[in-house]
Design a protein around this ligand. Structure first.
Ligand SMILES: Nc1ncnc2c1ncn2[C@@H]1O[C@H](COP(=O)(O)OP(=O)(O)O)[C@@H](O)[C@H]1O
Ligand SMILES: [Mg+2]
Length: 137
């Protein structure tokens, strides 16, 4: 992904609301370590929270990989959420503001995309979903 060199990484399980809290805390800590401003910390924590929630709600649980990356002197944080759930039939539709198949606001995926500098999603029906975001300092 764009010549980003991984300096440190960790993979966390996401099964419950408690795991989501833990991911929020870890992402906050890693973003502080990467020198993110308070505003940027909050952006990536918010995005992580939405994606982790989707992993639990729609994916039936999965993992979050945190990666501290650099590109030259630029520092960033890449987060990858993966599940082996049902997958997303129409990704473009799922990315539309307000689209939900659940009881949410339908702003999670679209919000996470807006809050990130890079956003990648791949999903296969019956196999699962992977969403990766990167935010540079
Ligand atoms: N990991 C996932 N697995 C399967 N479907 C998903 C996943 N993440 C999102 N979706 C689908 O995309 C829709 C939009 O997600 P999102 O924007 O977070 O809104 P919300 O969570 O409020 O429904 C969800 O309602 C769901 O249908
Ligand atoms: Mg959501």
């Amino acid at each position: 992904m764009n010549g980003a060199a991984v300096q440190k990484s960790a993979t966390l399980e996401i099964r419950s609301g408690e795991d989501i809290v833990r991911i929020r805390q870890e992402v906050r800590a890693w973003s502080v370590e990467q020198g993110f401003s308070l505003v940027d910390q909050t952006k990536i924590v918010t995005a992580a929270s939405e994606l982790a929630r989707n992993t639990v709600t729609y994916g039936g649980g999965g993992t979050a990989k945190l990666e501290a990356v650099t590109n030259g002197t630029r520092r960033g944080l890449r987060l990858t959420f993966e599940d082996k759930g049902p997958g997303i039939p129409d990704i473009n539709l799922a990315l539309k503001d307000g689209y939900t198949t659940g009881t949410g606001l339908g702003l999670g995926l679209s919000g996470a995309r807006r809050l990130s500098n890079e956003f990648y999603i791949s999903s296969k029906l019956g196999e699962g979903t992977r969403v990766s975001i990167l935010r540079w300092k």
